[in-house]
Write a protein that binds this ligand. Sequence first.
Ligand SMILES: Nc1ncnc2c1ncn2[C@@H]1O[C@H](COP(=O)(O)OP(=O)(O)OP(=O)(O)O)[C@@H](O)[C@H]1O
Length: 320
Amino acid sequence: MAAILNVRNISAGYYWEGGFTRILENLNFDVEKGIILGIAGESGSGKSTLASVLYGSLKYPGKIISGSVMFDGVDILKLKQLELRRIRGARYSFIPQAAMNALNPVKRIKFQFYDLFMAHNLDKSEYDKRMLDAIELVRLNENVLYSYPHELSGGMRQRVVISMALALSPELVLLDEPTTGLDVLVEHDILSDIKRIQRSLGITMIFISHDLSILFQISDEMMMMYGGEIVEYGSYKDLLYETAHPYTYLLKNSIPVIGKNIDRNLLIKGTPMNFSNKNPGCYFLERCIFADDECKLKHPELQGSNHMYRCSRYPMWKDM
Ligand SMILES: Nc1ncnc2c1ncn2[C@@H]1O[C@H](COP(=O)(O)OP(=O)(O)OP(=O)(O)O)[C@@H](O)[C@H]1O
C-alpha cells in the first residue's frame, strides 16, 4: 500500500542555557494510507516533540537538525508558511495535547467553525453544511454550535475539536493524547467514534498516547518510543503477541486486567532517560531486567523489516 507520510532521518532537540539537547534521534518510518498508526512511550520520551516535527510546527527553543517529512511527496519542513497553511487543517489536521482547552472562550462554537472556513477560503454557501456534517460525525447535537466552550463538558469540547479537525475532509489527522483527562467511559466512547470515523472515511491517523492499552484497541500499526528513538515498530498484533523489545513487554505487563494480578517483578523501575546524559549502550539498559554486558557497550541498531526492534538480546530474553 502507498504511504501518505515518509519520515526520514529526523533528528531534533531543544536549545537551553547550557547548549543544545538532542531529543529525537534519526527517526525513519512510513505511514501507510488508510491506517491508524499508534505512537506510544512514557511521558518525556519525545512524543509531543515528534508530533510538532510531523506537523512542521516545532518552534524555538526546538530545532530540527536533519531530515524530511514528506506528506504526499512534498517535504513539509521545506514549505513556506503560506503553503503550509494551505495544507494544514484542509489536507492534514493536528489535534495537539489539551486542544479542548484551547477553544476560544468568548466565541460560540459556530463562529469558531466559521473562522476555520474563512482561513481556508471556503465558499460561504458551504459553511453550514460542512459544519453540520462535522458535528454529526462526532454525534453532537446542533445545539452545541450556539454554545460557548465553558457551557460544554470536557468530552463535548473534545468532540468539537475533533469535528473541527475533520470539517475540511483531511487525508491525514495527527492526534496527540486526544482522550487524556477525560473519564474512562467518555474516553471509551470517543475512541470508538474515532475508529468508526477513520474506517468510514478512510482517513489516515497518527494517534499518540502514553497509554498502551488504548493503542492496542485502536491501532493498525504501532511504534514504541524510548529516549527519543524508535525501539519497536510493527502491526499491533506483532507488538501484542510477538513482543520483541523489553520496554514494550514490561509496559504491556503493567496494563491492569480484571481478575489478574500485576506481576510486580515486571514493573518498570527507575526514571525516564536523561537526554543530556545518554549512555553509549542501550538507552533502556538501566531499567531493563534482561540486559547483559553487551547492552552496556554497544548501542543497538533497529533490526527487522516489517516488525522492527532495537534490542540485541532478542529473542534470547524471551527464555529468561
Ligand atoms: N520547549 C522545550 N524546551 C526544552 N525542552 C523541552 C521542551 N519541550 C520538551 N522538552 C524536553 O524534551 C523531552 C521530550 O519531551 P516531549 O514533551 O516531547 O515528550 P512526551 O513523550 O510528549 O511527554 P509528555 O507526554 O509528558 O508530553 C523532555 O525531556 C522534555 O523536557
